[in-house]
Design a protein around this ligand. Structure first.
Ligand SMILES: *Cc1c(COP(=O)(O)O)cnc(C)c1O
Ligand SMILES: [Zn+2]
Length: 457
């Protein structure tokens, strides 16, 4: 077998056909690994350009599977695709001044253009391809919303039954409506995401249900392609920085693996630096990495340090709390893998407040690519790193916009409407006190002269 699963801690290996979400021996996370020397690896990334002329071939059209040679755990004819990954890298000159970047140096990778409106589809096409390969009939996830939307969509496509666990009252309406409309059995657990995650990990083995959270190593293989498409859009030049919001840390982990593998394969000559941005109200990675010095240490992370932190969090019953619901997570399941990615990519971690997130989100919207709050953490984080002087204005910076504006209309309307009700119920409880970039709607009488005055000012 040229592809296999391997524990990131103890190195134990498993066949590709096994359904595992952790190492049976030590509990570590699993990677999908390849015997590259037995596989047809391209000599240059430019070779992928020939796929552009094959748009009628579904696996060449897909923004994930056109890089099949870099995630070859399944034969090409077994890939389950609906053309995910048709996303764009915008040179964001209108947003650059806000971040403090030179024109031409800030880029936004807009993953909101995926079929279900978030980057999760990159991973879900890979996970459900694997689920199909092992003959799974049901798949499940815990979700802050986007994973459930993506699972529901891909499950209905591939004929699986889907079960989604969401924290009650914790999910944005755009996302909940998708899970319901695509036909997922939607379980509203009386708790938050961390509770839903713990329960789904108990229930799946009990009922033999395939788990698609980002502890699923196949999902992360699909998410590597976000970075391949960034390079593709930059005509294979490596940027200086990748800035990504951090929730369960699947994306950051897969980005690290993508660059590490490209470097090992000799397809790039350097890796970009990785900046992972937490919300202040869900800042486990920031606290652990920047304040407590947790590191991957070449595969020997300081276990007592890390476990002590999580134990204190449990003892104090600390809960995540941010308007960026997609990253409202205190117990990131990919914590170890993310430490590894930070080591591979000389990375760092920052936290931003909900105020910084919503201000950045409004600027991104005015730049023409609307996003949901969690996505805007990347731009708020880049701005912070500019202010600190860590990022230079002449660096080439790519911020990942992880989800579409329409996912969470409540946050957007709350910021722009100027209504007291939204201020009291949505903004103030999260410490958002000003709305300096608000575009207030203008009430006008049903009268032509009044409307003309409103337009002409
Ligand atoms: C899932 C999600 C995130 C968090 O990504 P992780 O891989 O869990 O760190 C961020 N933004 C959006 C919109 C998401 O859906
Ligand atoms: Zn192990």
């Amino acid at each position: 077998m040229t592809a296999y699963q391997k524990c990131i801690l103890c190195g134990e290996t498993h066949d590709i056909s096994e359904v595992l979400t952790s190492c049976p021996s030590c509990g570590g996370l699993l990677d999908v690994e390849y015997e590259w020397d037995k596989l047809p690896v391209p000599k240059s990334l430019k070779e992928f350009e020939k796929k552009w002329s094959e748009r009628s071939v579904p696996t060449s059209f897909s923004g994930v599977w056109r890089f099949h040679e870099l995630l070859p755990f399944v034969p090409k004819d077994k890939c389950k695709t609906i053309g995910e990954g048709q996303t764009v890298l915008q040179q964001a000159d209108k947003v650059a001044p806000y971040v403090g970047m030179n024109a031409g140096n800030l880029y936004l990778q807009y993953e909101g253009l995926n079929p279900s409106g978030s980057f999760k589809d990159n991973g879900m096409t890979a996970a459900l391809t694997h689920a199909n390969l092992v003959g799974a009939k049901r798949a499940a996830c815990a979700s802050t919303g986007n994973t459930s939307a993506s699972l529901a969509l891909y499950a209905s496509l591939t004929g699986l039954k889907s079960v989604v666990f969401v924290g009650s009252g914790k999910i944005a309406y755009g996302k909940l409506s998708q899970a319901l409309d695509y036909g997922a059995l939607t379980l509203q657990i009386d708790g938050d995401f961390d509770d839903a995650m713990a329960r789904v990990r108990e229930v799946c083995p009990k009922l033999g249900i395939y788990l698609v959270n980002s502890v699923n190593p196949f999902r992360l293989e699909g998410q590597k392609t976000i970075m391949f498409r960034v390079l593709e859009s930059l005509r294979w030049q490596v940027p200086d920085w990748i800035v990504v919001p951090g929730g369960n840390l699947g994306n950051s982990s897969s980005f690290g693996k993508a660059f590490h593998e490209l470097k090992e394969l000799g397809l790039i000559d350097r890796v970009p630096r990785l900046a992972v941005i937490n919300a202040h109200g869900a800042n486990t990675l920031y606290e652990m990495y920047e304040k407590n010095g947790a590191r991957w240490n070449g595969g020997n992370p300081d276990r007592p340090l890390i476990e002590g932190y999580f134990k204190r969090m449990n003892d104090e019953n600390r809960r995540a709390h941010t308007i960026a619901s997609a990253i409202e997570i205190n117990r990131p399941v990919n914590f170890d893998k993310c430490l590894r990615a930070l080591e591979w990519c000389n990375g760092l971690v920052r936290e931003v407040t909900d105020q910084q997130i919503l201000d950045a989100k409004a600027q991104i919207g005015q730049g023409g690519l609307g996003c949901e709050p969690a996505s805007a953490a990347s731009v708020a984080g880049a701005k912070l790193l500019r202010e600190e002087g860590v990022i230079a204005p002449s660096d080439r910076v790519v911020c990942i916009l992880t989800g579409h504006l329409l996912k969470d209309p409540t946050a957007t309307v709350a910021y722009h409407s100027g209504q007291k009700k939204y201020h009291d119920e949505v903004l103030a409880p999260r410490g958002v006190t000003t709305t300096q970039f608000a575009n207030n709607p203008v009430p006008v009488p049903n009268d032509v002269d009044a409307i003309v005055r409103a337009i002409e000012g």
